[in-house]
Design a protein around this ligand. Structure first.
Ligand code: PMP
Length: 409
């Protein structure tokens, strides 16, 4: 299929709006993506025509809504190539997926003096839940070191693994550097010590095809809103043999088999982990988004974004005073940078604010990765991140605008 980005852009109504009288150039896709019409329409249509609570109704609408919700689980299963839908848990997003896992895994498997491993480049949501669990359990958090170029040091990683290591949690793609980590190696090394691995896929699934069986990760988390789906929905994939061994995260309706005041027994997978009314509107819309990207083709999206990223990096590197973070060639759709004028740093907030006035949406700050900022020795960066609908022309506008801003200083 020909990848016709201008045609694709027409599916996203927001992309044709202006900000401050300038065409919107949306380069904040790592934070959240815009929604194609089909996703919004799926939500509106379900609210207007199907809405009813799922799983517990005998009536027509409830059964229809349940069918859509469970068909969505199957769509997610297919998208990740999980073995069964029992391995697909709906959550509110990556953050909740990791909190769920850190809590339940901690309850079942972590004791005082045990160790958890994360990497230097984690988002706070793949640090803090583990830290909270470590505090509760008296466990210790260890960190895989990273080179100046943004490469995780796998030799040092292997040395961190001990008989007390209980789990490794690592991001697939850094939301700051765009570096694609060698997660297959990270998983293989952990497995050779019988240690399970969680991969934070928030920044990978929107950009290239992911196959959880091929990766052989034990757990995998992602957010719907970063892959053109709605907010408030995400996924935790977990191998059935692990999920079976974990206790529930929250109690309530749906996650039970039988309840008495003396004792409650829990439901089967995946419902054991889905207390309360799920966001069945969002699950259906997420499935619509996954179908949308699948129709475009994840490989086509990946190629388009890679071309754009390399083009942007080439052009940015020609700007005097430009510093791009994370220069490993295995880089994906995210470019963090700082700009110096006559040896003086232009503050990321000033740069971001001025770019905004020119119609360009970029993100500034620590990007919820403060430990990575400390490692890089910076307070913050400006981050441009691409999605399937961005164009070369938009990169040109970014470059020209950066040059214009430089002249203002
Ligand atoms: N992990 C990574 C790598 C991320 O980029 C993000 C979002 N910036 C998250 C986790 C958290 O995702 P959410 O806020 O959707 O839960």
């Amino acid at each position: 299929m020909m990848y016709d980005v201008n045609k694709i852009r027409k599916d996203f109504p927001i992309l044709s709006r202006e900000v401050y009288g300038k065409p919107l150039v949306y380069l904040d896709n790592a934070a959240t993506t815009q929604k194609p019409r089909c996703v919004v329409e799926a939500m509106v249509d379900e609210y207007y025509n199907v809405n009813a609570n799922v799983h517990r109704g005998v009536h027509f609408l409830s059964q229809k809504a349940t069918d859509l919700h469970e068909a969505s689980r199957e769509t997610v299963r297919r998208f990740l190539n999980a073995r069964t839908t029992n391995e697909i848990l709906f959550t509110r997003g990556t953050t909740e997926s990791i909190n769920l896992l850190a809590f339940s895994f901690g309850e079942a498997f972590v004791n005082e003096g045990d160790e958890i491993i994360v990497s230097t480049m984690e988002h706070h949501s793949n640090i803090v839940p583990w830290q909270m669990m470590c505090e509760r359990k008296g466990a210790i958090l260890k960190v895989i070191p990273m080179s100046d170029e943004g490469t995780l040091n796998l030799d040092e990683y292997e040395k961190l693994l001990t008989p007390r290591t209980r789990i490794v949690a690592c991001t697939h793609v850094s939301n700051v550097l765009g570096i694609v980590n060698p997660v297959k190696d990270i998983i293989n090394i952990a497995h050779s010590h019988d240690i399970p691995v969680l991969i934070d896929g928030a920044q990978s699934v929107p950009h290239f095809a992911v196959d959880v069986q091929d990766l052989d990760c034990d757990f995998f988390a992602f957010s719907g809103h970063k892959i053109y789906g709605p907010t408030g929905i995400g996924v935790l994939y977990g191998k059935e043999e692990w999920l079976d061994k974990l206790p529930p995260y929250q109690g309530g309706g749906e996650m039970i088999k039988n309840v008495t005041f003396e004792k409650t027994t829990y439901n089967e997978l995946p419902y054991k982990f889905e207390a309360g009314t799920p966001d069945y509107i969002a699950s259906h819309a997420l499935a619509t988004a996954l179908d949308y990207v699948s129709t475009l083709g994840m490989d086509n999206i990946s190629l388009h974004e890679q071309t754009l990223t390399h083009y942007a990096i080439d052009r940015m590197q020609q700007i005097d005073g430009m510093h791009i973070f994370g220069t490993s060639h295995n880089k994906d759709a995210v470019i963090s940078f700082q700009l110096n004028k006559d040896g003086n740093l232009i503050h990321h907030l000033d740069l971001g604010t001025l770019l905004d006035r020119l119609g360009i949406a970029v993100r500034t700050g620590h990007h919820c990765a403060e430990p990575l900022m400390h490692r890089l020795g910076v307070e913050g960066t400006v981050r441009a991140s691409f999605g399937l609908y961005n164009t070369k022309e938009e990169v040109d506008v970014l470059i020209e605008s950066i040059q214009r801003v430089m002249q203002m200083f």
